[in-house]
Each structure stands twice: as structure tokens, then as C-alpha cells.
Write a new protein. Sequence first.
Length: 102
Amino acid sequence: MFNFAFLNKRLEKMYLTSEVKKEIFKKNGGSEKNTGSSESQIALFTHRINHLTGHLKSNKKDFGTQRALLNLVGKRRSLLDYVKKNDINRYRKILKDLDIRR
């Protein structure tokens, strides 16, 4: 017999399901299939950064997560720099839509 209670607990812990990703890409990239655009990647990184920040507030000594968070922030920063260099209006729109401070 399969233990559905275990599966439900595991699904509750998964913060980034495929449905959430599709919603992020649709909202920021234009469609669910546009996963490579800078806007959609920055939105995905922002979602992950917000989740990890919340995790680190309750688990202060989780240094592996802290390192992963710093890597994500660096990746997002480099993507934002790329967008800023190529199209300043897109950059400003991304910052406003995702509520990222700079």
C-alpha cells in the first residue's frame, strides 16, 4: 500500500513545482515556454532567493544554503547588469515588477 500522507508532506515542502515555474514564466516571460528570457530567469531567481531568505531566518547556521543564496544573488545581479547594459527600460520594468531594490 502506498503512503499518501508521506507524499503530501513531501509536496508541501516543495516550494518550486512545475506549476509554479510555469506561472512565473507566463507572468514574466510572456508564455510558459519562454524559459530562457532574461526576465523569466530573473523572476525565477528572485522566487528562489525569497524562499531561501525565509529559510535562513529560521535556520541561521545553515551555511550551505547561505552559500547557495549568495550564488543565486550573483547570478541574478549579472543578468540584471546584462539587461541594464542592453535596454535600460526593460531593466527598470523588471526592478519595478519584481520589487527588487537597487
